[in-house]
Design a binder for this molecule. Structure first.
Ligand SMILES: Cc1ncc(COP(=O)(O)O)c(C=O)c1O
Length: 402
């Protein structure tokens, strides 16, 4: 093991001087980007003002502190704009994510919220990056933390499993202690002299506000059974984006249900309430511009797909708004439904829904897909040698379903 004592977090001023924000080339909209670059590679169009609005909506509306789930979109420009918009807490799942947050923004707090961590990662998180919040769902993980981290003024949150809600992705199958075990773990954390917390995640893209109330009622019983002071209550992520084939209530309905649930929660004023949104924070802030490489009848072969930026479309059937871009001439006004194939040789590399586009769509046209900020670049593979790594910034409004 290397000695890390001489590794220091650089001062905020030093970092601020170095990172005034990732310099993305800026365009008025995706059309202007296409006209200028005529890209044969996929291009992500980030809308910083949409990110800022989304951060503000959470900060103003959520009854507690907002922690962004870095896994959802860890691009440095995304982290930069969220930090600038006032997001100071970050849910990180790995040492890489912790480093990314703490090195770019020393004033940001990284929370190590993966229930299973290596000893090496725990040591580095604690010693190099000064991480003070961890999560567990098993007693052995608590022992590991106690044996690995270098300080004792830390908080350990217990991840509670919750019943299936109306979520597209259930997360409690893999992580989370049962209510009985969670109460015992809270007592063990308290007995170890650490600050305690309780966390849950109702599942990603959860369209049902009452799922939070159900989970909070269970959390209240666990806190009552544990009988120890609770310093953190983390109601997780899972807040949905409004996809055209997954209509959901506005975020404010979710915040209202959570605020109501807090009234019945046996916690004191010194308990910090937190949420960990990923998807709802970033989904609408990015679009992806792809290019058509071949047309065969009603099938278009494009340069991005389910192994790259669109894996969620395949896994969850999320339908993204799409439009054709052809700078030099107007496309046909009549539309047709096209099958969209991705670039790899895998026959499963196609979008699960047909896409309505001008009937004369052809090779060389570009297609912009909206609502692609969540779990896109974060989950892309390099399969078949394709990768989507170009980001620009655009000033136009979010590209949402009509
Ligand atoms: C622990 C944890 N927190 C937060 C998130 C973010 O969830 P979402 O993007 O659904 O808001 C996830 C997603 O997997 C997660 O596992």
């Amino acid at each position: 093991m290397h000695d890390t004592t001489d590794l220091q977090i650089p001062s905020a001023a030093a970092v601020a001087a170095k990172t005034r924000g990732p310099l993305l080339r800026r365009f008025s909209d995706a059309d202007a980007m296409v006209a200028a670059l005529r890209p044969s590679y996929p291009v992500f169009c980030l809308r910083p003002h949409v990110l800022a609005e989304s951060a503000r909506r959470f900060i103003d509306g959520f009854p507690g502190d907002v922690m962004y789930a870095v896994k959802c979109n860890p691009h440095p420009a995304v982290l930069h704009h969220l930090f600038e918009a006032g997001i100071k807490h970050y849910d990180t799942a790995s040492l890489t994510e912790i480093a990314q947050v703490r090195e770019a923004h020393p004033l940001a707090e990284a929370y190590f919220m993966h229930p299973v961590k290596s000893r090496a990662a725990l040591l580095s998180a604690s010693k190099v990056y000064d991480v003070r919040h961890y999560v567990i769902d098993h007693a052995d993980e608590l022992s590991k933390i106690l044996e690995s981290v270098v300080r004792r003024d830390i908080a350990v949150l217990v991840r509670l499993s919750t019943p299936p809600g109306n979520a597209l992705f259930e997360l409690s199958d893999k992580f989370g202690a049962t209510p009985d075990d969670a109460a015992g773990l809270l007592q063990a954390v308290h007995a170890a002299g650490l600050e305690t917390g309780l966390a849950f995640h109702v599942g990603s893209q959860c369209g049902e506000p009452r799922a939070w109330r159900t989970a909070m009622d269970i959390a209240a019983r666990v806190i009552g059974a544990a009988g120890v002071p609770i310093r953190y209550l983390d109601v997780g992520g899972g807040f949905p984006a409004s996809y055209s084939n997954h209509a959901v209530p506005p975020l404010e309905d979710f915040f209202a249900v959570i605020a109501e649930g807090l009234k019945a929660m046996p916690i004191g004023p010194d308990c910090a309430v937190m949420c960990e949104p990923g998807r709802a924070m970033v989904a609408d802030s990015m679009s992806l511009v792809t290019q058509v490489q071949l047309r065969k009848d009603k099938a278009l072969y494009i340069n991005d797909g389910i192994f790259h930026s669109m894996s969620e479309s395949a896994v969850a059937g999320v339908k993204l708004p799409a439009r054709l871009i052809r700078p030099e001439s107007a496309p046909a006004t009549a539309t047709a439904d096209f099958t969209i194939f991705g670039p790899t040789c895998d026959s499963t590399d196609l979008l699960p829904h047909t896409v309505a586009l001008p009937a004369d769509a052809r090779e060389g046209d570009w297609i912009e897909f909206g609502q692609i900020g969540a779990y896109s670049n974060a989950m892309a593979t390099r399969f078949n040698g394709f990768s989507s790594e170009t980001f620009v910034s655009v000033d136009s409004p979010a590209f949402l379903p009509q």
